[in-house]
Design a protein around this ligand. Structure first.
Ligand SMILES: NC(=O)c1ccc[n+]([C@@H]2O[C@H](COP(=O)([O-])OP(=O)(O)OC[C@H]3O[C@@H](n4cnc5c(N)ncnc54)[C@H](OP(=O)(O)O)[C@@H]3O)[C@@H](O)[C@H]2O)c1
Length: 298
């Protein structure tokens, strides 16, 4: 709330520059959601569509994407575009902008949601998987923001919602690269949000705990203790919280009651105590079992 008031104060004498705005003439504002074909991204897209916004879903698998777009179209009377694109491909941001223009849109809101995890010991992970994670979770996010945020600032409207994780508040043994990538996203968002304050745009990061999607199965984390011990709410509840607080202008969004407390605890606890606890929660139990077999000579 205070941030919003500071923003309005800084912006009190701002006037749009008609010459600069001409480049978007005839185009309509859209909400672009990367990874919008399923899980959290799909639910975030639904939340925006519910508010009457036209949405653009971006993901790689065309069939899943088209199916997701038709579900939202059936539910709400907004335009829903399905754009098959790998956001880590070279010039993904430029390609995305070109396709948006072709369809008569510009990115008013960008939701950087597409992400992947890796579960297991870092030294056992193939280098190319680590590179793929860094590319998707940090490089693509950074470049998409760099490409679309300047236009939002010129228009004095819209913004960026980045999806991080509570994991971004602590080192995460057995999901080391994933946790580190989300720390990057939180840090980048807070810094950029400060830089563009007073420009009429919202730059926010959503940092939830575990959510019940296919994400954990995809990275092979189902046997880790956190999957049993930490409740994972559905993506729809999480998405409604993310979009609501984004609209309210919050910069760091930790949903519910437990996540904000956990975030504070992770910031305050000394790492020699915190890191072993997180490692214990994240270690895949099949790894534990294999280690047990090795030590007993089986
Ligand atoms: N689930 C959780 O517990 C949890 C908790 C905290 C934070 N998060 C974060 O929330 C975000 C969404 O997670 P989720 O659970 O919804 O994941 P998910 O169910 O695995 O969905 C991932 C989405 O990203 C798309 N995607 C993956 N790679 C892509 C690429 N290179 N280019 C374009 N799209 C790509 C996928 O579609 P295609 O495969 O067809 O491309 C899919 O639509 C992630 O950033 C994740 O880190 C998740």
């Amino acid at each position: 709330m205070i941030t919003r008031l500071v923003d309005l104060w800084i912006r009190r004498s701002w006037r749009p520059d008609p010459a600069a705005l001409a480049q978007w003439e005839g185009l309509r504002p859209a909400v672009v959601v990367t990874g919008g074909s399923e899980g959290l991204g799909f639910e975030i897209a639904r939340q925006f569509a519910r508010r009457g916004r036209d949405v653009v879903l971006v993901a790689r698998r065309q069939e899943v994407l088209e199916a997701a777009a038709s579900v939202i179209r059936r539910e709400f009377s907004t335009v829903v575009l399905a754009l098959p694109l790998d956001v880590t491909s070279p010039d993904a941001a430029q390609k995305l902008e070109a396709v948006l223009r072709e369809h008569g849109f510009y990115a008013d809101v960008l939701v950087n949601n597409a992400g992947m995890g890796l579960s297991g010991a870092y030294i056992d992970e193939p280098g190319e998987r680590i590179a793929a994670l860094v590319d998707l979770n940090t490089r693509a996010v950074s470049l998409l923001i760099r490409h679309f945020l300047p236009g939002m600032c010129v228009r004095g409207h819209g913004g960026v919602l980045n999806i991080a994780s509570l994991g971004g508040y602590t080192p995460g043994p057995y999901q080391a690269a994933y946790y580190a990538s989300k720390a990057y996203v939180i840090s980048l968002t807070e810094a950029v949000a400060w830089e563009v304050r007073g420009r009429g745009v919202r730059v926010a990061v959503f940092a939830p705990g575990p959510i019940s999607t296919e994400f954990h199965t995809r990275m092979g984390a189902e046997s880790a203790l956190y999957r049993w011990l930490i409740p994972a709410p559905g993506p729809s509840l999480m998405a409604s919280s993310a979009v609501r607080w984004f609209e309210w202008g919050r910069t760091v969004i930790t949903p519910g009651v437990v996540a904000p407390i956990a975030a504070i605890a992770m910031r305050l606890l000394p790492h020699p105590i915190l890191v072993p606890i997180i490692g214990w929660l994240l270690k895949p139990r099949d790894l534990l079992r294999n280690a047990g077999r090795k030590s007993s000579g089986r």
